[in-house]
Design a protein around this ligand. Sequence first.
Ligand code: ADP
Ligand code: MG
Length: 706
Amino acid sequence: MSLIDFTKTPVTEIYGSNSFSNAVMKERLPKNVFREVLAVQEGEKELTLAIAEVVAAVMRDWAIEKGATHYTHLFQPLTGLTAEKHDAFIAPTGDGKVLMEFSGKELIKGEPDASSFPSGGLRATFEARGYTAWDVTSPAFLKQDPTGTTLCIPTAFISYYGQALDKKVPLLKSIDALSKQAVRVLRTLGNETTKRVVTTVGPEQEYFLIDREYYDKRPDLMLTGRTIFGALPAKGQELEDHYFGAIKERVAAFMRELNTELWKVGIPAKTQHNEVAPNQFEIAPIFLNATAAVDSNQLVMETLRSVARRHGMECLLHEKPFAGVNGSGKHNNWSMATDDGINLFEPGENPESNARFLLFAAAVVEAVDRYALLIRGSVATSGNDHRLGANEAPPAIVSIFFGGPLTEIFDNIAEGKSGAKTESGGTIKIGVSSLPSLPKDVSDRNRTSPFAFTGNKFEFRMVGSSQSIATPNTYLNTAVAQVLSEFAAKLEKASNKNEAVQAIIRESYAKHKRVVFNGNGYTGEWVLEAERRGLPNVKNAVDALSVLTLSETISLFENHNVFTKEELESRYHIYLEKYSKQINIEAGVTIELARRRIFPAAIAYAAGLAGSASTLAAIGAVSAAPEKRARRIAEICSELYDDTSKLETVLSEAQETADSLAQAKAYLEKVRPAMETVRAKVDALEKITAKEAWPFPGYEELLFKL
Ligand code: ADP
Ligand code: MG
């Protein structure tokens, strides 16, 4: 453990010291080369080999000065994890010596082969070549750990035939699509200066920490990331005494090292606090452009894990590590900003900026309503199935929270009211030169909404804690791009822009306001109300993923050049297979542990009880209690025996199902419930078996000891 003394090495010095940021490039690259790199980042130019050669040489020297021996292209295959393949800088000179080399070609393009990554049929193994290409919008950095230093280059991963094999390529394309349509809209509003619009993303990451000693004794945690069994302890999260409570010293030491590691690579880790569940925490870096945010969130997850291990703990990123206590999510704060510094979701100071704000906000409302299934589908994983729809996380129904004042303003516009003063003080002037002047703080708070407007950004809260944020942002960007393209087409034709803006907001909002909901999203009433409003409520990932096969989805993505039909199809199958595989592992672990650990332990304990009963009887201390307890355990064990066999039967049926959809459905509808039945028996046994006789540490240790 290497805790830095910040009085000797100030944060300002540490920050970004391992990041090949624009500041470093500006300092080290020749002026004209740096300018070229900026132009490539802005999407104005393509990277030439000549420029890449210069950048590569400078990057190499910088990395080697800091002790790097290897470089790697980092990419995000469809496993959702980050993949890397390391190469040393060495190049033999023929006389038994080496030079340290790194060419422009090696910077721009790598060929990791990577034939074992899922491609969903896009590649046969014999044509397995996949390429990684440098993503200039996300800075290269050095990964330093006790084993050495490696230069990491964020890349996109494409097949030999140009199809996207990763999560980065579509994300980049969706950012381009959104930028293009947003700029079109801005032009019609009289903006002549903005060249590009980027999406900004700030993910808040939730996680659990548990002591490694206990983790190592829980094969379910080690193999599946969650507890497959576990009776609830006497104390849960009901006291809410953990939320925002004082951070324990051991955790504080962990967080200090975590922050230091993240700061070094230029990840602006800012906020940290205790979360609702015991031993649950959150870290939120300051937002970055979407590609850097996606890459850095992957790195945050990896760093959480490795730093936790250095502190004798394990970090759990699963969406639902413990039954009966809150799960973990990731709040994806999302906004759109122009290259000249305007946040498009910042309510303005004057009529023009208000009109712009209301128009872009209306586009989000329309996009979220029209593409609600897609938004839902972007967070469809087996882990998230435990979370969405339980009464804690956002429900599976996609709705938008706007808060009172803003909803009122939109309602008034939709109803065509003019000159009306809203209760909260905003004035509505329609027909003159202005749209409403907005009250100062247009947004209040609502923690139960899956998609909340929070003052100058939207916060998408359905994202699972372990998932890459690339997909949710890709879908969201594309959906909003589509609506903006329709707005732009209308505005470009309109002779009176001002009237047209108002008409667009009025019509769009009137049609899509059903998706706006400011109440408590965790209640049963909302479920019924949402049904009345015709909002979809897709409760499981298998159904949610089917959105990828709809013709509207295909044309949406094809229109904006984000995915081809083929790519969508392949992703659909990969995600279904991943879902099945995860439950397959969980079911296997359930059977294994029930049969070989729990059953024997419980039976031995019951036999011991029976033995004690006769020992006691021998001295005349007659009690029916030990025998009663032994009987009860034996009864549950025999049910457990049968239930485990039933699980085994449905599991092998699911395993033999060939079609990927039918298979995922079998896991969802047959295997999962059978696992739950086994779990109920095991948890009942845990409650009446002596603690010393139980084969694993329980929820008490896992959740409360740190
Ligand atoms: P909240 O209390 O609403 O969660 P915070 O200010 O703590 O708000 O911000 C949460 C996250 O949202 C942080 O990561 C923050 O950097 C990010 N964020 C703030 N502004 C923007 C923006 N314009 N675009 C994207 N993310 C943003
Ligand atoms: Mg938040």
